[in-house]
Design a protein around this ligand. Sequence first.
Ligand SMILES: Cc1cc2nc3c(=O)[nH]c(=O)nc-3n(C[C@H](O)[C@H](O)[C@H](O)COP(=O)(O)OP(=O)(O)OC[C@H]3O[C@@H](n4cnc5c(N)ncnc54)[C@H](O)[C@@H]3O)c2cc1C
Length: 418
Amino acid sequence: MHILIVGAGLAGVSAAWYLRAAGHTVTVIDRNAGPALETSFANGGQISISHPEPWANPGAPLTVLKWLGRKDAPLLFRWPAEAARIHWGLQFLRECLPARTHRNTLAIAHLAAYSGVQLRALREATDIHYNSLSRGVLHLYFAKENYRHGEAQQRVLANLGIAAQMLTPSGCVTAEPSLAHVETRLIGGMLGADDESGDAQRFVTELATRCRETGVNFMFDMQVEKIHRDGQRIRALTVMHEGCQQTLQADAYVIAAGSYSRPLVKDLGERLPIYPVKGYSTTLQLRDPARAPTVSLTDESCRIVCSRLGNSLRIAGTAELNAYNTELDPDRCGALRRWAEEIFPGVCDTTEPNYWAGLRPTTPSNLPIIGRSRFDNLFYNTGHGTLGWTLACGSAHALADIIDGRSPGIDFPFAGRV
Ligand SMILES: Cc1cc2nc3c(=O)[nH]c(=O)nc-3n(C[C@H](O)[C@H](O)[C@H](O)COP(=O)(O)OP(=O)(O)OC[C@H]3O[C@@H](n4cnc5c(N)ncnc54)[C@H](O)[C@@H]3O)c2cc1C
């Protein structure tokens, strides 16, 4: 079968890999000049299996209220809000109900654990290098209420068979000696030992090279303008390339266009519940690599994550609901730089902070949309929100199974019939 994938980010290129491995003829198209130049470009770097709890949880509404009005708060809701955001916000509130949160947590945990296995197998099969570290993710608690929440999460993870261990402040410093400076301020930590970290953009770029070697065709600088249907099937795509319109046809189509997946399929009558949630990162060169962390970190008090990528530290976080705007807000950039200076003083060069912002393709439940659409030959691998790197390999592997009519064999609410 000839399969056309729209989007060359984590979701699209991973899907290309598994679909080609299953014997399909695969073409990937993207409007950018190369792979991973949008949201997969400079994310937090975490493969965070130990954090399946969705943003929408029973504690979220109160936390969001507490943050209202703070320019550097982890979450910012810019006004006025357009209809799509209000609608998404109401769906988000519904997902905060305890039963929904429980269901969503389990589904994400299953997919994350499966993804970890697939990522390790892919790494072994391809020998690709992307500054990966298998030293775990250490969740840091600087407040008692965060620590108590961490303990409850650890019990949930234990029931799911996901490795996570509560640590005392000195235990945190033993796991990651570069934290010695903040030991007295810490209440404790939780170490997700099976977690990893690595540079998502490098991963996608290297994987795209391997895909090309196996015969996948990549078409860049090509913008999909319209998707044409014919009854229950997709017939063709109209694309723009160097100012000229073209028509592309395939047997099946996969939408992996990140935050732009929703507008792309809107004219087909498909309503994907995806909203672009802006996040920021800064990539700081190391001045003193010996004092920089190698365990990936999540500061649970301000939702900032930090990963060592070779000779630099990637610090990422914050969530801003402001449609498709990717401008850099100085207050939110400053919060990331200050975090680095406070937790690791003198370790990084903060004079050239290299700020970046990307749009997380976020569903209200945090569950990605993987599987069939209402059309016989249109599939989705999108809506991965905060966890697109963590869930990339498992989602793509499962999608390839679904397209070939096999059951992915994991407990997850895939889209359409499986
Ligand atoms: C600040 C930040 C930190 C993050 N940290 C982490 C983390 O630590 N761990 C984790 O697991 N996840 C993290 N994420 C989430 C993760 O980065 C995303 O979920 C993931 O990158 C989404 O990948 P994607 O392939 O779906 O989208 P994208 O990478 O955006 O790819 C979509 C592609 O589709 C193309 N496209 C769109 N529309 C069209 C069109 N009409 N025609 C042609 N091409 C089109 C775009 O050019 C783009 O290349 C983070 C995200 C952010 C913003």
